[in-house]
Design a binder for this molecule. Structure first.
Ligand code: ADP
Ligand code: MG
Length: 448
């Protein structure tokens, strides 16, 4: 009778959990757990497909378990676990209603690289020079320099592009290299499938046998903490064998909500930022993409567009696609007027506010705790010279005026001083996380 009660209370627990967690979570973690035949009066014995499921249950549902299941007088859960025996060798793929698991070793799933995302098609500028050369270095000599390479940056700035470019180049250099490129989501799905199909050893072997692992969008591991440890183990195993790992993320490691261990591992190698490309780079990207589409865009028009779409390369590309479709359909050349007509709503979203050098000077002065007069003065003390360079960088980026005029607004500096400052800060942003954030914040304040 008590046995039945234990089983019943388990069933009640299952019902309650089914109501309060997502269908996927339930299917992956709870549904596979069975009450084992050896459940006795004393003890509920649960059969789990593997240790992960057991740990998942105990870490995530402890409160519910305590509420539903029998406890010993000392408050311990009266539950034991047994790991399910592997069923007889699986008959060659049939009978199971579950979808065929994705075996990472399938050649087709091994290299899903976008053929467009190559180094040749990646346009370089001060904001991405550093990360591009790091990526190239890795592609030429995987496992021999920085490991892992951690690439971070905002949406649509070319992280996936660079990741795939590394894959292409590495594979071209050494055909036999075992390369695997995967999004974090797909990795988690593989892991879930392999656990469900009891093929996690196979998966482990596959990953540990790679020479180069490219992982896109690690930020998605944040909401899937239960997979973090598994990922981290695999990651360490690869790095310990000098196998190359490259990771992309929308944030630097320290800002991800992941365990300290995981963050520390990701910071082991080189952390590099892909920044927002400067105006000239945006123009070059536009022209490169247009050329590939067989579309002619006059230089003036490219500047016109790139001045108005400045946060995101993907958006720039979207605008170009729209423009290409329109000009083909109408059989007309691309002029500023055509651009204004086709893309007006894109332009007017973010770029309405006119920013002046004055605004920038005030904002930077506050940010660094110096006076506007100092920034415009001649002191070379670092505490003043650096804010001055930042302000000059922002002026060139955000104010649509000639370099000579911009430089003159800094107490009559020359345009080459301004250009020098801009170059220096552009390059430093790629390497210096604090500076990157400061500049991002300044931009946002000025735009809002
Ligand atoms: P992310 O992964 O950072 O969100 P993607 O790598 O998907 O961004 O890039 C978005 C689009 O912008 C892609 O089509 C990519 O080719 C293009 N892109 C971004 N940066 C560059 C660049 N420097 N040169 C050429 N194309 C770029
Ligand atoms: Mg991406």
């Amino acid at each position: 009778m008590i046995t039945k009660t234990a089983t019943e209370s388990w069933q009640e627990f299952v019902q309650c959990v089914e109501d309060c967690c997502s269908a996927t979570e339930f299917q992956n973690w709870i549904a596979p757990i069975q009450v084992h035949a050896s459940t006795s009066d004393e003890m509920l014995v649960l059969e789990v497909p593997n240790i992960f499921v057991q740990e998942y249950l105990l870490t995530n549902f402890k409160k519910h378990l305590d509420n539903f299941l029998p406890l010993s007088p000392s408050g311990e859960l009266k539950v034991e676990f047994v790991i399910a025996q592997p069923k007889k060798k699986q008959a060659p793929k049939k009978a199971s209603p579950a979808p065929t698991p994705l075996t990472p070793s399938d050649e087709k799933s091994t290299l899903l690289l976008n053929p467009q995302y190559t180094f040749e098609d990646f346009i370089e500028g001060p904001s991405n020079q550093f990360v591009k050369s790091a990526a190239l270095g890795i592609a030429m000599r995987p496992g021999k320099s920085y490991n892992p390479l951690f690439i971070h940056g905002g949406v649509g700035l070319g992280k996936t592009h660079l990741l795939h470019a590394i894959g292409h180049m590495a594979k071209k250099e050494r055909k036999r290299l075992k390369v695997h490129c995967i999004t974090t989501e797909a990795f988690i799905n593989d892991l879930v499938d392999s656990l469900r199909n009891k093929s996690s050893d196979k998966m482990k072997r596959f990953y540990r046998g790679l020479d180069l692992l490219l992982v896109d969008d690690i930020q998605f591991l944040q909401s899937r903490l239960n997979f973090e440890e598994e990922f981290c183990n695999m990651f360490e195993a690869l790095i310990n064998q000098n196998k190359q790992v490259v990771i992309t993320s929308d944030k630097p490691p320290g800002e991800l909500k992941l365990s300290e261990r995981m963050i520390a591992r990701m910071e082991w190698g080189l952390v590099a930022n892909v920044g927002i490309p400067e105006l000239e780079t945006r123009v070059a990207i536009l022209q490169h993409k247009a050329e590939k589409k067989g579309l002619q865009i006059p230089q003036r028009v490219a500047f016109f567009m790139a001045e108005r779409i400045f946060n995101n390369v993907r958006q720039l590309e979207g605008a170009l696609n729209r423009l290409a479709a329109y000009s083909r359909m109408m059989g007309i050349d691309v002029t500023e007027e055509v651009v204004e007509n086709t893309l007006s709503e894109l332009f007017h979203k973010g770029s309405t506010k006119r920013i002046s050098v004055d605004n920038i000077l005030k904002s930077v002065a506050v940010m660094f705790g110096v006076r506007v007069a100092d920034i415009c003065g001649t002191s070379r003390a670092k505490s003043v010279a650096f804010p001055r360079q930042v302000a000059m960088y922002l002026a060139k980026e955000m104010v649509n005026d000639s370099l000579i005029k911009l430089a003159a607004s800094f107490g009559g500096k020359t345009h080459s001083t301004l250009l020098h400052a801009w170059k220096k800060i552009s390059q430093q942003i790629g390497k210096d996380e604090t500076l990157r954030r400061q500049i991002q914040m300044a931009r946002r304040n000025l735009e809002s």
